[in-house]
Design a binder for this molecule. Sequence first.
Ligand code: SAH
Ligand code: SF4
Length: 355
Amino acid sequence: MEKTDILSLNGRELETALLPFSAPRYRAAQIFDWLHKKRVPEFDGMTNIPKTFLLQLSDNFVIFDCNVEKKLKSMYDDTVKYLFSLYDGELIECVVMKYKYGSTICISTQVGCKMGCGFCASGASGFKRNLMPSEMLAQVYAAQRELDITLSHVVLMGMGEPLDNFDNVVKFFELISDPAGQNISMRKISVSTSGIVPRIYELAKLKLGVTLSVSLHAPNDEIRSKLMPINKQWGIDELIEACRAYTKATSRRISFEYIMIKGVNDSDECALLLAKRLKGMLCHVNLIPVNEVPGKTNSSSGDNRIRAFSSILAEKGINATVRRSLGSDINASCGQLRRNSMHSLNNQRESDLVV
Ligand code: SAH
Ligand code: SF4
């Protein structure tokens, strides 16, 4: 018999799942507390539950956990990157970043990615499978345990396309924000998408209030379609329309991600066109130096070009910032560590890292 993934169950589902074991009703709340507030990764750690019941639990349920395969600490800041293995041996990554206002974790939502963006390491080795809500939670729980910290913010910006794993991601939002668990408010959660337009409308309809980040990366369809195959399915006009609908439904500001690729999307004309497209929107543009991925030809625009691009946006009234490049020495950009590890765990620039 296949065991039930207990970490993916909400309080109500857990109560129902425990009915056949004729336990007192308060047992479900106790177990939910152990799993989601105290974050214990095994049944044995649940010290106020009778041993016989724990045996029944472990016979029928499984707690998915993440095992640390590799931990890299940046020499320049407090950024930590984990390579985790899952129950089936698949590898995923997550990054913990410390800011003045608290600590943020960037988690993966899929093993690999189907979207095939030309500049990204995550899609380069193809798509393997979706992550369950439990496996997204397990990244948050394992990192907090390992670092002995409390995380204040969660971003779904690691490996994978979150809106291509929609139901599991929405369940993750429900579980991570549960007051009986981690209680991280929806306002402190961001989800990044390459632009699956129908799913942006679906998310808007749910009115959860999570921050939506959209990987735009280009001001017109010609450039965007070359960088991101998804643009051939839903072009920029449709995407921006969906973003407006999201803002209208949630009153949340959209964050547009824009990687700066030398000679591709970083000209003054691109900045002017981008400003024109985003005029009047409740939004913010994040300019990101491209993280060079071995085997990919893109190189990053220099600091001066990025500053000039940012100034044009500012002159035209578009709020823009240049993203601080945290953990640049530890391949903090999504998918790179897994990719390197799959090729050879030894080919890392180990000498640059404090492990
Ligand atoms: N699939 C989602 C979320 C994961 S990617 C998305 O595409 O939005 C998270 C962010 O990292 C995206 O903005 C993506 O475009 C960016 N990214 C991917 N590869 C990068 C690279 N080599 N350098 C800089 N940013 C990169
Ligand atoms: Fe997938 Fe996002 Fe990478 Fe594109 S940028 S391949 S959507 S993870």
